[in-house]
Design a protein around this ligand. Structure first.
Ligand SMILES: *Cc1c(COP(=O)(O)O)cnc(C)c1O
Length: 367
């Protein structure tokens, strides 16, 4: 069977390096050896999100949504009033989680092709809000929000800024201290290109203080106070996904060897620009709103996007992402993270052209 190629948002195809980790020796996790390895990796990862505060990052054995929920359980109070940027599936998820945990919030709702601007924020200036939640890259549409604008808005209104950076981290520039971000959520299966199952949460000093002043977390298993005490020794309250921590250690080393954070971002940008140039050459359209380098949405007007996706999968063994809901027939999302090369992109574009031609032919035959 020929190897499939995945241009999906995650879990992405692992690097051979990462797979090779499983040939090495593992240490029992309740040892100082394992703890030291975790401490070093967490420190480095925290540095990559732009936070050099000691012991300010924890990790959970759970997917990104659990981290989003745990943040709400540990970082909000009954007196909080939140604003949520709701530009798609993941913004909606923050709304659902806040609602579930009885945190009062107002959603700024965007249509799929609507760019978030300062105009949207205007009516929320100088009100009694206390927190701002944003999925910096709304993966369901590909829109990348303006972090500088959100950061300045949060600062002048004294809001604690919580950012789901899951699909922008290691694809676009991101820096917690530069933008005064109070909480960052990332997870293993996106830009980090690791197996699914771990998420990481990083805090500012303000947020650490808020967590420590909170009487009780809404969750026992995900009580951040416990995690924050344990992480000072590189430990977790309960058994973590030990093997993914070894994958992480290896990936952080790989990023270093390849030239560091900027080299990593440059490589993703290169793949992204290469793909966008090619699709524009063959006359395909991408949205006008600001995009993350992690993902390119392609808009189809005259044929069904879902037909193109099906042919790519069934005939050419290539996987790309559909869009949810009413955009399912309109948009294909192509990811630029994961173990893909420029040659893979050449092949993808070639096969996309063939798939599009096939869909068009079938359509005209029906007419
Ligand atoms: C992938 C993703 C998540 C996490 O989803 P899980 O399925 O829980 O891992 C959260 N937010 C964004 C923006 C994402 O892209």
């Amino acid at each position: 069977m020929t190897k499939n190629k995945q241009f999906i948002v995650g879990p992405v195809e692992l690097y051979q390096n990462t797979r090779d980790v499983y040939q090495k020796n593992f240490t029992y996790f309740r040892t100082s050896d394992f703890g030291d390895m975790v401490k070093a990796s967490i420190k480095e990862l925290n540095h990559l999100v732009g936070n050099d505060l000691e012991n300010s990052m924890i990790y959970l054995t759970a997917s990104g949504t659990a981290a989003m929920e745990a943040v709400i359980e540990n970082c909000t109070n009954p007196t909080d009033k939140a604003i949520v940027i709701n530009g798609g599936t993941f913004g909606h998820r923050f709304c659902e989680l806040l609602e579930y945990h009885d945190v009062e919030y107002t959603a700024i709702n965007l249509e799929w092709n609507e760019t978030l601007t300062i105009e949207h924020l205007k009516e929320y200036e100088n009100k009694d809000y206390t927190m701002l939640f944003a999925n910096l890259h709304e993966t369901s549409t590909g829109q990348l929000y303006d972090i500088k604008m959100l950061s300045e808005f949060a600062k002048r209104n004294n809001l604690l800024l919580v950012v789901d950076a899951i699909s922008t981290f290691l694809a676009d520039e991101y820096n917690m201290s530069k933008y005064g971000i109070d909480t960052t959520i990332i997870s293993s299966q996106k830009g980090l290109c690791l197996s699914a199952g771990l998420s990481f949460v990083s805090f500012s000093q303000r947020m650490l203080d808020k967590i420590s002043n909170k009487v009780k977390s809404a969750s026992k298993y995900f009580d951040f106070k416990d995690y924050l005490v344990n992480i000072t020794r590189g430990q977790t309250p309960y058994t973590p996904a030990v093997f993914i921590m070894y994958e992480l250690q290896d990936m952080l080393e790989l990023i270093k060897i390849e030239g560091g954070l900027q080299a990593r971002l440059d490589f993703i940008e290169k793949k992204c620009n290469y793909f966008r140039q090619k699709v524009s050459e063959i006359g395909l359209n991408i949205p006008d709103y600001p995009l993350s380098n992690m993902l390119t949405p392609i808009i189809f007007e005259d044929i069904k996007a879902s037909d193109v996706i099906r042919i790519l999968k069934d005939k050419y063994n290539i996987f790309v992402n559909p869009c949810g809901g009413k955009l399912a027939d309109k948009i294909i999302r192509v990811s630029h993270i994961g173990n893909t090369t420029l040659e893979d992109i050449d092949n993808l574009v070639e096969k996309m052209q063939l798939a599009i031609a096939e869909v068009k032919e079938a359509q005209y035959a029906r007419k």
